[in-house]
Structures are given as C-alpha cells and as structure tokens.
Ligand binder design. Structure first.
Ligand SMILES: Cc1cc2nc3c(=O)[nH]c(=O)nc-3n(C[C@H](O)[C@H](O)[C@H](O)COP(=O)(O)OP(=O)(O)OC[C@H]3O[C@@H](n4cnc5c(N)ncnc54)[C@H](O)[C@@H]3O)c2cc1C
Length: 367
C-alpha cells in the first residue's frame, strides 16, 4: 500500500512514520525548501508523549526539554493558582527540537521526503497534483498541509471558520535566570493583565537555556500586536521581566498570529484523509492542536492496519477519534473567547480530556 502525504508538520510527519512502520511506502511532500518548524515553543501532554513513545522517538525528544514543576497563573502580577494537573505528564520544548526528532525518525524509517514539493490539488480517487503539474496516485492521500490546506480546499469539504479577537507573538529567548533575580523561574507563569489594557505574557521555560515567551494582545491593539515587540510597552506592564524582554525585542522576524478555528463536515472523502490543522485547527488556549494532530495521525495508521479497505477504515477512524477532538476544539474556542485561563485552575477534567487520551490503549486516562 502506498501513501502520498501533503505537509511535513507534526501531523504529516507522525502519519508518515506510523504508516511506514506498518509496511506502507510513504512519500511526504513539503512545500518549503527545507524541513523546519514554524513557531517557538510547544506544550506536549500525555497524548502527544504516548504517540512519540509508540513511534520510538520519546527518548530523543525528552532529552533537552523541560517539565516545569508548576503551572502558575498570575492576574495583575499576583498569583491566583498553582496547578500540577494531578500528576498528568506534560513537557515543554522548542518546536524545532520536536520537529527534528520526528523528521530524523521519518528518514530513518525510509519515508521518501520531497522538499519544494507543493501539493496543489487532490481527488477522492487517490490522486494528487503537484505545483509542477505532475500527478501521482496512491492508495491513500493524507492532507496534513495545515490550516490553509489545498488538499482540503481542492476537494471542497464543507467548513466553518472563525478567527479570534486575540493573537500571540511567539519567541524563543535565552532564559537569563540569574538576571531575572529571585523567583520560581522554572515554572510556567501565565501572566494576565486586564487593566489598563489587555496584555498577557505566557512565560514557558523549554529547556536549560531556552525560554518560550508568548505575547498576547487583542488584534485591535496596534502596540500589543506590533512586531518587533514594542519594548517599553511590554516593560511597563511586566517590569520584572526586563532582561528577557530586551532579548525578545531583538527578534526582527517574529509574527503576530490570530487564533483560527476550522470545523469540517467530514474528515475524509474517498481515499483522502485530512489530519491536523487541515481538519481541525483550534485556538491554542489549552495547547492541544499538535497533540490532537499527532493522536489522530497515529490512530489513522492503526485503523488502516486493522481494516484493510481504505475508505471503510477512514470512516471508522473518524467515528472513533473525532468526538474527543471536537470537544477539545469547542472548549479551546470557549476559553479563548472568554479569556478563561486568567481565572486560574482551568485545567479541569473536561479541559484535559484530549490531553489524557491514550491513542494506544484507546481510552482517556483517569484524572
Ligand atoms: C499561538 C499558538 C500556540 C500553539 N501552542 C500549541 C501547544 O503548545 N501545543 C499544541 O499541541 N499545539 C499548539 N498549537 C497548535 C499547533 O501549532 C498546531 O495544531 C500544529 O502545529 C498543527 O500541525 P499540522 O502538521 O497540522 O500543521 P502545520 O504545522 O501548519 O504544518 C503544515 C506543513 O505543511 C506544509 N504545507 C502547507 N501547504 C502545503 C502544500 N500545499 N503542499 C505541501 N506542503 C504544504 C507547511 O509548510 C508545513 O510544513 C499552537 C498554535 C498556535 C497558533
């Protein structure tokens, strides 16, 4: 059996490795000139870590990453909650670190990876068309080409799409622990301010040396959404972070991203399956987009192993896995719209359902 996959992000790489490990030949098309991750840091939870374990890359990924002792929430610079998620495994890392581990595994397993290879269309019979005009055939086409998916749009899935009012600038800077002075700087600290204006910094240590900073502001705020960051504007609200804010202001090429949600009528048509943001982009409030992308990609390969008929397997896969993603997407949207995380203690059993899902055991781990 042969698969053609569009997009070498976390979804496409996971699907490629999982299918290859089950005996498929896999060709992975990446439109960019090289394999690289966009963005800064990433939170992985039990679900994503279980996928990495199943693919055989968990040890490589854990090396050089960090589990903060506590997820702290501050409102107007005062602590409102300190969460440890009832012992639920979680991990922070740079995106490039995770991407490199998955890409290395794909190469080692014999996935054929083509860069500068843009998929411009697909059809349910299992054909893809490349930007070069070349057409390729497969038993399975996977559209893992992100929120702007051409695979999805060329086939014409019904979809709803929302863009949120807030967005985030994401950067990796040196940790500068000594310069920050006294404080629990190994924790995640989610710092919210609503007065005199809405501004949030998500402080997330990723490794011994790397700090992931997320700068959140409403899109209508020209200063808060400005890139490079407006140093005095952020120091005024978060003066104790000055050493790392100075580093952040040096980044000239950062991007302000608004949160996007996409909801489709179905995730597959004929021999074409959509995974990751192509199928279910969600607000990042509870940091689950990549986790869901990875469990859905692994689950797809597992389903195809059990049900030899591709179209039947795709239907069964969506039925099994989609409800958890749908609920996760809904709560992510609700939290983003209400800025709920500012209240603290929001990682409830309901909010952590997807994070607790074990794709191998096919059940949600208890809270
Ligand atoms: C601010 C923010 C913070 C987030 N934080 C987290 C977090 O902490 N934890 C978490 O789990 N999730 C998080 N997410 C969500 C997560 O980033 C995404 O859900 C995840 O990256 C989706 O992976 P993907 O592989 O589906 O898509 P992408 O990462 O978008 O990858 C798509 C790939 O396909 C390539 N491509 C695109 N079009 C084509 C084409 N036509 N042909 C070939 N290749 C193509 C692209 O170049 C890219 O390499 C966050 C999202 C945002 C916006």
């Amino acid at each position: 059996m042969h698969a053609e996959i569009a997009g070498a992000g976390f979804a496409g790489l996971t699907a490629a490795v999982a299918l290859r490990q089950r005996g498929w030949t896999v060709r992975l098309h990446e439109k960019g000139p090289e394999l690289r991750a966009f963005g800064a840091g990433i939170y992985l939870w039990h679900n994503g870590l279980r996928v990495l374990d199943n693919l055989g890359v968990l040890e490589d990924v854990l090396d050089g990453t960090h589990t903060p002792p506590i997820y702290e929430t501050w409102l107007h610079n005062k602590s409102v909650s300190r969460e440890t998620f009832n012992g639920l495994p979680w991990r922070l890392m740079t995106r490039q670190h995770l991407h490199d581990a998955l890409a290395n595994k794909a190469r080692a397993e014999g996935v054929e990876i083509l860069v500068n290879s843009e998929v411009v269309a697909a059809d349910p019979l299992g054909r893809i068309t490349l930007a070069s005009g070349e057409v390729r055939e497969a038993d399975l086409v996977v559209g893992a080409d992100g929120v702007g998916s051409k695979v999805r749009d060329s086939i014409g899935f019904e979809r709803d799409r929302w863009i949120s009012t807030d967005g985030l600038i994401r950067l990796i800077v040196p940790r500068k622990k000594q310069e920050l002075g006294h404080g629990e700087w190994d924790n995640v600290i989610d710092m919210w301010n609503f007065w005199p204006r809405v501004q949030r910094i998500l402080y997330s240590p990723c490794s011994e040396n790397d700090l992931y900073l997320g700068f959140m502001a409403p899109a209508v705020d020209p200063d808060g959404s400005r890139v490079p960051i407006k140093l005095d504007y952020w120091i005024e609200m978060f003066p104790f972070l000055e050493p790392v804010l100075i580093e952040a202001a040096k980044h000239q090429t950062a991007r302000y991203d608004r949160y996007e949600t996409t909801k489709l009528d179905v995730w597959s048509r004929g021999k074409v399956a959509l995974v990751g943001d192509a199928a279910h982009a969600m607000c990042p409030a509870i940091a689950q987009g990549a986790g869901c992308a990875m469990i859905n990609s692994l689950s797809l390969a597992m389903e195809l192993e059990e049900i030899p008929d591709v179209e039947e397997a795709l239907g069964s896969w969506e039925k099994r896995i989609r409800p958890i993603t749908d609920r996760c997407q809904a709560i992510s949207g609700e939290y983003a719209a209400n800025r709920s995380l500012s209240k603290g203690n929001q990682f409830t059993p309901r909010a952590t359902e997807a994070a607790r899902y074990d794709p191998v055991k096919r059940r949600v781990m208890p809270w």
